[in-house]
Ligand binder design. Sequence first.
Ligand code: CO
Length: 216
Amino acid sequence: MTKEKAKSPQDLLAANKTWAIKKTEIDAGFFKRLSAVQQPKYLWIGCSDSRVPANEIVDLQPGEMFVHRNIANVVPHSDMNSLAVIQYAVEILEVEHIIVTGHYGCGGIKAAMSNTDHGQIDNWLAHIKDIYHAHDDEFKVLSEGQDREDRLCELNVMAGVRNVAKTSIVQGAWRRGQKVMVHGWVYSLTDGVLHDLNVGLAATADLHPAYRIEGA
Ligand code: CO
């Protein structure tokens, strides 16, 4: 990639002014409406990677998607950050779809597969190493390199989908009759296309019995 001269923060502020003016020209009430309320139908849980900008790749406007991103889109059981996001999205915003999205070529996945010391982040990536370890037999028959990376990327999304569904928050919503569907997608950096892994979960019955919270 040719190295372009990086824009300065001042350039970004100037670009923002132009963007805001353009938005208002197209729709005079756009910001006034948005400032009053947000009613997104989707919660996106994705990777922080700068090449996977959530709203942009699904062509959604401000206000249309609640977004949580972290390194390698991991959803650990007791991560207060993602749990807070999921609770707010489900109980207050009442989103109808939670979409866990990974991406092929994810640096976090590659790092988790290596034995290199990456410092503190290795503790975060240990969640992915757990998945790698649990599927040892499957990985053994795949060729080293991209095939294994791609598969671990998919398995990490599937684990994320299950972990979202296992939360007391999502199971509580299902028990109340609230419709929430959890999806697993993978984005391809090389062509900009999202792939549905078809691992969606929509009810407590979709979970292994060990994880079901039946309520009082
Ligand atoms: Co990534």
